[in-house]
Write a protein that binds this ligand. Sequence first.
Ligand code: NOJ
Length: 493
Amino acid sequence: MEPKIFLIYSFLIFGYIQAEDDVNNKAFPDDFLFGTATASYQVEGAWNEDGKGENIWDRLTHTRSSLISDGSTGDVACDSYHKYKEDVALVKELGSQHYRFSLSWSRILPNGTADVVNLAGVTYYRNLIKELKDNNIEPLVTLYHWDLPQVFQDQGGWPDEFIVDKFADYARVCFELFGSDVKYWLTFNEPKQTCLGGYADGSKAPALQNPGVAEYKCTHNVLKSHAKAWHIYDQEFRATQNGKVSITIDTSWYEPDSNSAQDEEATERKRMFEFGWYIHPIFIGDYPEVMKTRIAARSTAEGLSESRLPTFTSEEVAYIRGTHDFLGLNTYSTSMVKAIDDLPIGQTSFYNDVSVNEYQRSDWETAASGWLKIVPWGMRKLLNWISKTFNDPPILITENGVSDYGDVDDTVRVNYYRDYLSNVRSAMEDGANVIGYTAWSLMDNFEWYAGYTEKFGLYKVDFNSPNRTRTPKTSAAYYKKVIQTRCLVDSCV
Ligand code: NOJ
């Protein structure tokens, strides 16, 4: 295709092509929050210190190291358990308004249950929160970022309903212990990864594979747990603590392969399965209709007497609906979607239930993680779609970023942040109510099955040094300037 025709074609299909000249030059509003994020297992280390209990990532990395690409563990990770003051100094150096981190359930409650509270674990988080507050940094706290106490996995984990009350007890303990200083809570980080990865395709701890069944049961319990925690906060803590509680849901943007009715419909179905699965029950009520009808029909065809998608009673629908004070959104990439014939009845899985052809274009750039194609315009489309479909919620982007192999001169990351933030700013001009942005990640850390081979940090961490020395990358300087000037280019209007 002629280059010029290709450009016009791309403009029509994708909206526009990102180039430096296209970077949005409107300043971000003064009250827009800029921050960075980490998660307990990925940075803390001290896996068995001071009374911490074992969690599912401890167990997985210690017993199935072949699943981790470099065979590594989070036993020491960034050693943030001992170096939290340095971490806060880095956040401060960037000028971030908030720092998102997660609590390790088994560090606070070593047996998982609320009858034994580990004072050393509580002290660690109290110190971290105090250090943040003393430096005028708002803590944004995730209760669950994938590290279930192993003892609860031994009893069945998230697909088993007993977990709902256990999570609710844990949430209450955290609100009680830390709530006077925490104004933003997230119950779950990316529950789809917990459920699909943990129990269906085995790509996350506990690495079980019961596809087409366990991910739906898991999600059912996660949604109930989230709602219960929100109601506990609402009834017992909101009046005195005055904070906000929500959930962080992850999705890519899904773009139709063509504007045919079939591709458009398949794409919207994909969005509803991937994102609607969680946001719909919480923001609208119950699972999306398309999930209910498709999974029920396929279950019947499989000879089952009831749908593999569990059903909420009308009381449960009402209990879960409205349990949000904002929306936490994690997003990194985009996929194309093409309609296909429904996949044959037989092997059950979430992906067979959706039945679409999902792919990423080979001309999209990628740096380290194979799944993370760099497609900045997907951010704008996603924010606009969420606003339109789910009644314009206040959106706090709780993660966005890119991986590479750890170079301090990380131009790929600078460009990624610039171009994705540009699309955030444009979506705000379109009318999306985006209240903040959180870069993943403050520093290089344990990237799950990729171990330490893929790096997401604004700061490099030397994992060969016992000091775990932190060094700013070029992207840290860029992000700092953006936070300071509220502007992505040299000067804004
Ligand atoms: C999502 C997860 O929340 C985080 O733990 C992970 O490191 C990043 N995305 C990058 O994959």
